[in-house]
Design a protein around this ligand. Structure first.
Ligand code: NAD
Length: 235
């Protein structure tokens, strides 16, 4: 597989190393807007850049009919537009707020627990995420996915809010610490006890491996996909 890396920062470098070890060819490593020339004819683009540039980067690739795996978070207000562009161009797009296998299992567990807890309003729900201090967006894309999984399964909530809350709102508490790759916790707290589920990433390799698996999977497909399609609905 010929991969173009759009965004060659912390994630781009790790994906480069792991993809090369797996026998893939990295044909472009870009820290600038992709063009047909600088992309160098890839089979797939893996995009880990930043929230300000992701929309345009993805658009350029999809309009050139190159499938895109995107891990950049913090630009999701324009995701529906990108999904239309993918369909109009008969191309393929996959956004993952988190590519690691563990977090995708955690997403499924979170939804099951939310469903189990939906009738027990004596439990207040709180989300917490901890990331490194360089992270540009808050809350994390992963925390937003967790919140959406709870909202889908519990009628008490129709939105999340970026703060700790003891009210009938789903609060996300975002903490920034030095070089940590990412921790997410969901707490159900009553007057008498607390249930907590937690995922801790030890390093960034899990995100990179998942993004490469998604890239291998998407080639030859058209439409819009998630990691759920890759990991749990294999076709
Ligand atoms: N989905 C996941 O599993 C996952 C995992 C880790 C990080 N992330 C997200 O991925 C993104 C990148 O993370 P990172 O840690 O590699 O960040 P980083 O800051 O180390 O790297 C971003 C790179 O993008 C480059 N860039 C700037 N403008 C660009 C442009 N116009 N086109 C292409 N590249 C450009 C920068 O020069 C930089 O090298 C962030 O949004 C982060 O939150 C997602």
């Amino acid at each position: 597989m010929k991969i173009a890396l759009v965004g060659y920062g912390k994630m781009g470098h790790i994906i480069d190393q792991i993809a090369t070890k797996k026998g893939h060819e990295v044909v472009a490593r870009l820290n600038e807007t992709p063009t047909l020339e600088n992309l160098n004819n890839p089979d797939v683009v893996i995009e880990f850049s930043n929230p300000e540039v992701a929309f345009n980067n993805i658009k350029v690739c999809l309009e050139n009919k190159i499938p895109v795996i995107c891990g950049t978070t913090g630009w999701l207000d324009r995701k529906a537009e990108i999904e239309e562009i993918a369909v109009e161009n008969n191309s393929a797009f996959l956004y993952g707020s988190n590519f690691s296998l563990g977090v995708n299992l955690f997403f499924a567990l979170n939804e099951k627990l939310a469903n189990l807890m939906k009738d027990f309003s004596e439990y207040n729900i709180q989300l917490e995420e901890i990331h490194h201090t360089h992270k540009k967006d808050a809350p994390s894309g992963t925390a937003i996915s967790l919140a959406e999984g709870i909202i889908k399964n519990n009628e008490r909530f129709d939105a999340w809010k970026l703060e700790e809350t003891l009210n009938e709102e789903l609060g996300i508490f975002a903490i920034r610490q030095d070089e940590v790759p990412g921790t997410h916790s969901v707490y159900y707290k009553s007057e008498v006890d607390e249930i907590e589920i937690k995922h801790t990433a030890f390093n960034r390799n899990g995100f990179a491996v998942g993004a490469i698996i998604a890239a291998e999977w998407i080639i030859g497909k058209s439409g819009n996909f998630t990691m759920n399609d890759v990991l749990f609905n294999k076709q």
